[in-house]
Design a protein around this ligand. Structure first.
Ligand code: HEC
Length: 372
């Protein structure tokens, strides 16, 4: 009896604690600003902030990057690793979409690798080139232990080796917004469309520039859209996404056993609503491009997909109309070739590279890399 009454006296406190836990969990999921020194101040205009953690890591071009070298820039950060096939393709696809939507030169994008032993600057340069040829605003960082864990803690990110072969490193799929003074202004769940919209608005406010809403995307043709939207980042790798060469008119096997001919309606639906019909054997990692493309762009993209010849009839050489997939002779990775891809003419043949790194490698010793 006594005990029960004691307990009932504690109920209001327990209920308040529970409500607080639920509220904090909800804020975390909604990607609300991180609590900081002034936690409790609810003013959206002036949320409390904490400073981005210290680090000195190397970017994909081999240069040192620190929070100090990012001062004066607004940056959006994420955590990933190049060989991850679970959440990273979708995460990077969204990161690349953000780059397309937020075209202000004042906005930078910083990806911290959580796989220091494997993600060297060269590996990062190769990875970036598969996603987006405009790397001027995207810094990919080769990290080091134990600083990586300090940085993860500083962003309240969870990073942990999992011991699972397919998915060796567990890490959070959040984006972080850092202002010109190096203060973390928000944390956003990349899986939550509303949180991503908030990130776009918040980033534009910090960069004090109107959203260009994919302005330069509008000028691009279907092939260029394919690369700059990040389609190539997944679709050039069979283990991440089905190869699209010869897709038009192909019989597709869907998850659950149904079959469908890849006509124009199917291609359109695949781009706007990829989760509606999954291709057998693949995970629902492809983001929806609804709202990002107008009708004319969508038509150009579909036209481009329809022009992708089946592998048997594809020309063996890289010389004809761009873009197409060729092998970079230096890093030996498949890349999408564009009119403006780094390339070199050598002994009457043109060679294409994923990045300036590889081009420089070729220049140093062309005979070593040239085809006989
Ligand atoms: C994050 C990786 C990723 C990105 C980026 C991506 N896709 Fe996909 N895509 C997939 C996966 C995985 C599938 C198969 C599962 C499914 O049907 O959604 C797929 C399926 C497709 C299909 C159907 C293919 C088939 O064999 O039936 C088409 C068409 C397609 N994507 C086009 C595109 C285009 C165009 C873009 C860029 C605007 C793009 N994808 C970007 C991962 C991606």
């Amino acid at each position: 009896m006594k005990d029960t009454s004691k307990l009932s006296g504690a109920w209001p406190i327990l209920a308040a604690l529970l409500a607080l836990v639920v509220y904090l969990g909800w804020r975390q999921m909604r990607g609300a600003p991180l609590p900081g020194p002034l936690a409790g101040a609810e003013d959206e205009q002036a949320p409390p902030h904490k400073r981005a953690p210290q680090f000195e890591f190397t970017d994909q071009h081999g240069s040192a990057v620190t929070p100090a070298s990012l001062l004066g820039k607004v940056w959006i950060a994420d955590f990933f690793f190049t060989t991850c096939t679970s959440i990273c393709p979708g995460l990077t696809a969204k990161f690349v979409l953000l780059q397309n939507r937020l075209e202000s030169p004042e906005l930078h994008f910083v990806s911290f690798s959580v796989d220091p032993p494997n993600d060297t600057p060269q590996a990062l340069a190769r990875y970036a080139s598969g996603w987006n040829p405009d790397e001027s605003r995207w810094t990919l960082l080769a990290t080091r232990e134990p600083e990586l864990y300090d940085v993860a803690r500083g962003f309240d990110v969870f990073v942990m080796p999992s011991g699972i072969e397919d998915d060796p490193i567990m890490h959070s799929g959040r984006f972080f917004l850092v202002d010109r003074e190096g203060l973390i202004r928000g944390s956003y769940n990349s899986e939550d469309e509303e949180a991503l919209e908030r990130l776009v608005v918040d980033a534009m406010a910090l960069a004090a520039q109107p959203e260009s809403a994919g302005h330069s995307l509008r000028k691009r043709g279907g092939a260029a859209l394919f690369t700059s939207l990040g389609c190539a980042g997944c679709h050039l790798e069979k283990r991440l996404a089905p190869p699209l060469a010869g897709i038009a008119g192909r019989e597709v096997e869907l998850e659950g056993g149904a079959r469908r001919t890849a006509d124009e309606a199917y291609l359109r639906e695949s781009i706007l609503d990829p989760a509606a019909q999954l291709v057998a054997g693949y995970r629902p990692t492809m983001p929806s491009y609804r709202g990002l493309l107008d009708d004319a762009q969508l038509a150009k993209l579909i036209e481009h997909l329809r022009s992708l010849a089946a592998p048997e009839s594809a020309p063996a050489e890289a010389q004809s109309a761009a873009p197409q997939s060729v092998i970079d002779p230096v890093c030996e990775e498949p890349i999408t070739v564009f009119d403006d891809s780094p390339s070199r003419e050598y002994r009457g043949r043109r060679y294409f590279f994923c990045c300036e790194h590889c081009q420089a490698g070729f220049d140093a010793d062309p005979a070593k890399y040239a085809k006989p």
